[in-house]
Design a protein around this ligand. Structure first.
Ligand SMILES: NC(=O)c1ccc[n+]([C@@H]2O[C@H](COP(=O)([O-])OP(=O)(O)OC[C@H]3O[C@@H](n4cnc5c(N)ncnc54)[C@H](OP(=O)(O)O)[C@@H]3O)[C@@H](O)[C@H]2O)c1
Length: 226
C-alpha cells in the first residue's frame, strides 16, 4: 500500500519519486500486455507474480521475465494490487471465479471489448463498461486504466504518453495512479469515477483504428495540465 501521504498528486511527483515496493499479481500475465506490464513493474522495483489458467504456462512465461508464476487464483493471494489482463472475452467470468481469492484486494481492469469487422474496429454495444460489469462480479474495489498503452510500446520502454485511470474507490485509484505513473514517460491522470471506463474502453477502438490507418503505435497526451 502507499505509505506516506503526499501533498502533491502522484503524477506530478518528480520522476525520481520512489513508491514503496509493491506486490502485483497479473491475471492472464502470459499474454502480450501482461508480459510487458510485468517487465516495467519489475524494473520499477515491484514484485510481480504472473498468473495463468495453467500453472506451468505461468512459470514458463515468468522465468523469461525474471518474475514468479502461478495459477490465476494463486497470483492474487497476498498482493497489494491485482491486474485483470486476460483476453477481454474472458474478463467477467475470470473475475467472478477469482472473487474469493481476491477478497478486498484492489483490481485493475485494463480490458476493452472490441468488435473487429469490415470498415474497422468498433467498441462494444454494451451500455456499461467491462470494468463496471467486472465490479459487479467481485467484492474488490475495481479501477480501470492503461487501456491506451499498446503492449508493444510498453514492452520497448516507458511509453512517451499519458495514461488515464478511473475508479470509484479513492484509495485504490490512488494506488493505481502511483504505479501507472511509473509505467509511462508522461503522466498518470485521474479520469474520474469508474463509469468513465465506458469512454476509456471505447477510446481503445479509436486508437486501434488510428494505428491501422497510419501504421503507428499511437498513444494519448492530454494538453492543458501542468
Ligand atoms: N495488447 C495490448 O496492446 C493491450 C493494451 C491495453 C490493454 N489491453 C488489454 O489487456 C488484456 C490482455 O491483452 P493481450 O493482448 O495480452 O491478450 P492475449 O495475449 O490475447 O491474452 C492474455 C491472456 O489471457 C488469457 N486468456 C485467453 N482467453 C481467456 C479466457 N477465455 N478466459 C481467461 N483467460 C483467457 C491467456 O492466458 P492463459 O491461457 O495463460 O490463461 C492469455 O495469455 C486484454 O483485455 C486487452 O483488452 C491490451
Amino acid at each position: 500500500m502507499l505509505a506516506a501521504a503526499s501533498p502533491r498528486p502522484l503524477w506530478l511527483q518528480p520522476r525520481n519519486f520512489k513508491l514503496p515496493g509493491m506486490k502485483v499479481g497479473i491475471i492472464g500475465g502470459t499474454g502480450k500486455f501482461g508480459a510487458a506490464l510485468a517487465l516495467r513493474l519489475r524494473e520499477a522495483g515491484h514484485e510481480v507474480v504472473l498468473g495463468s489458467r495453467d500453472a506451468s504456462r505461468a512459470e514458463e512465461a515468468a522465468a523469461e521475465l525474471g518474475v514468479s508464476g502461478a495459477t490465476n487464483a494463486d497470483c492474487v493471494r497476498g498482493v497489494d494490487l491485482a491486474v485483470l489482463a486476460v483476453k477481454a472475452e474472458g474478463a467477467i467470468e475470470t473475475a467472478a471465479e477469482l472473487a474469493g481469492p481476491l477478497a478486498s484486494t484492489p483490481l485493475l481492469c485494463v480490458a476493452a471489448e472490441l468488435r473487429f469487422g469490415s470498415g474497422g474496429v468498433r467498441p462494444t454495444l454494451e451500455a456499461r463498461s467491462l470494468a463496471e460489469r467486472v465490479a459487479d462480479a467481485v467484492g474488490a474495489p475495481v479501477v480501470a486504466g492503461l487501456h491506451s498503452l499498446a503492449a508493444s510500446n510498453l514492452a520497448a520502454d516507458l511509453p512517451d504518453e499519458d495514461t488515464l485511470v478511473c475508479g470509484d474507490d479513492a484509495d485504490s485509484k490512488e494506488l493505481v495512479l502511483g504505479l501507472a505513473g511509473q509505467l509511462v514517460a508522461g503522466r498518470a491522470i485521474d479520469a474520474g469515477p469508474l463509469a468513465g471506463a465506458r469512454t476509456l474502453e471505447g477510446l481503445t477502438a479509436v486508437i486501434v483504428n488510428v494505428n491501422k490507418r497510419y501504421r503507428a503505435h499511437a498513444g494519448v497526451r492530454l494538453t492543458g495540465l501542468a
